[in-house]
Design a protein around this ligand. Structure first.
Ligand code: HPA
Length: 271
C-alpha cells in the first residue's frame, strides 16, 4: 500500500511542478460548482493518474484540480468514488491517502444527502457533527502498515469542533441557514424504504447518504482534521415519502450549492 501511494504521489508531484497543497476538498454529487471559484494551476484526469480508480457515474467528471482558493493552495476532487459503483473501500479512500502524501493539513468533504430530521428541509445545509456507519465494509480492514496510522483509530471527534464553530460563524455572517447533525452512511444504490427512513431517524440520524464516511475514517486514521457538510436534496420523511427522482436531487443540489460554496470559500481562508 505504502509503495503504491508513494508512486502516485511522486507522479502527481512531477506533473504539477511540485504543487504544495494545504487543503484537500472532496466535492459531492452535483456540487462541483466550487471549481469555478478556484484559480486553477493544474488538472489531472483520474484515468491518467497511476493507481487511481476511475469514477463511473456520468455526472461525476473524475478530475483532480490543483489551484488557489481564497489565498489557499488546495486540491479538489471533482467526482468522488462510491461503494455502490463496485469499488472496494480501499479504492474509494485511496485519494485521501494520496492527498495526505501530497501534504494537505485539512480535509473538507461535501455530499448530497436525504434529510431524516423533520426540521431540516430540502435545500438546507447541514454541517456533519458526527456519523453512524452502516456501510458493510471498513477501509482500514486488513491494513498492516503502521506508518499510515494506528490499528484502532480514535473516533471521539471525527469532525473537528473548532472548524465547525468557524463554519457556523461564517454561515451566520453571510446569513445562510446551516444545521448541525448526524450523518448516516448506507451502501446504496437503492434509496431507503419508509421503514428504513424511520429506523435511521430512530437510531439518531439527521441525514442519510451513500458516501463520506469511508473518506472520513481514513482521514482520521491518517491524522487529518476533517470538516464535512451535506446539502439536503430530499426529505426521507416516512409519512409523506415522495418517489425518488435523480433530476430533482441534482436540481436541489444545484440550487443550494452557492450557499455551501460561499461558506467553503470563506472557511478555507481560516484554516
Ligand atoms: N438516501 C440515501 N442517499 C441519498 C439520499 C437519500 O435519501 N439523498 C441523497 N443521497
Amino acid at each position: 500500500m505504502l509503495r503504491v501511494i508513494e508512486e502516485t504521489v511522486e507522479y502527481i508531484k512531477r506533473k504539477t511542478e511540485n504543487f504544495q497543497p494545504e487543503i484537500g476538498i472532496i466535492l459531492g454529487t452535483g456540487l462541483g460548482g466550487l471549481v469555478k471559484e478556484i484559480e486553477i494551476e493544474h488538472q489531472l484526469m483520474y484515468s491518467n493518474i497511476p493507481n487511481f480508480p476511475i469514477s463511473t457515474l456520468e455526472f461525476h467528471s473524475g478530475k483532480l484540480i490543483f489551484g488557489t482558493l481564497n489565498g489557499k493552495k488546495i486540491i479538489a476532487m471533482q467526482g468522488r468514488l462510491h461503494y455502490y459503483e463496485g469499488y472496494s473501500m480501499q479504492q474509494i479512500t485511496f485519494p485521501v491517502r494520496v492527498m495526505k502524501g501530497l501534504g494537505i493539513e485539512n480535509l473538507i468533504v461535501s455530499n448530497a444527502a436525504g434529510s431524516l430530521n423533520p426540521e431540516f428541509k430540502k435545500g438546507d445545509l447541514m454541517i456533519i457533527e458526527d456519523h453512524i456507519n452502516l456501510q458493510p465494509e471498513n477501509p482500514l480492514r486488513g491494513l498492516i502498515e503502521s506508518s499510515l496510522g494506528p490499528r484502532f483509530p480514535d473516533m471521539s471527534e471525527p469532525y473537528k469542533r473548532d472548524i465547525i464553530a468557524k463554519a457556523l460563524k461564517i454561515a451566520e455572517a453571510v446569513e445562510v441557514k446551516c444545521h448541525k447533525g448526524v450523518y448516516v452512511a448506507v451502501s446504496g444504490p437503492n434509496l431507503e424504504t419508509k421503514a428504513e427512513y424511520k429506523y435511521l431517524r430512530l437510531i439518531g440520524g439527521d441525514a442519510v447518504g451513500m458516501s463520506t464516511v469511508p473518506e472520513v475514517i481514513v482521514a482520521n486514521h491518517a491524522g487529518l482534521p476533517v470538516f464535512a457538510i451535506s446539502v439536503l436534496t430530499d426529505e426521507g420523511f416516512p409519512e409523506d415519502l415522495q418517489p425518488f427522482n435523480l433530476d430533482e436531487i441534482l436540481e436541489a443540489a444545484a440550487k443550494a450549492e452557492p450557499k455551501m460554496t460561499e461558506i467553503l470559500i470563506r472557511l478555507v481562508a481560516e484554516l
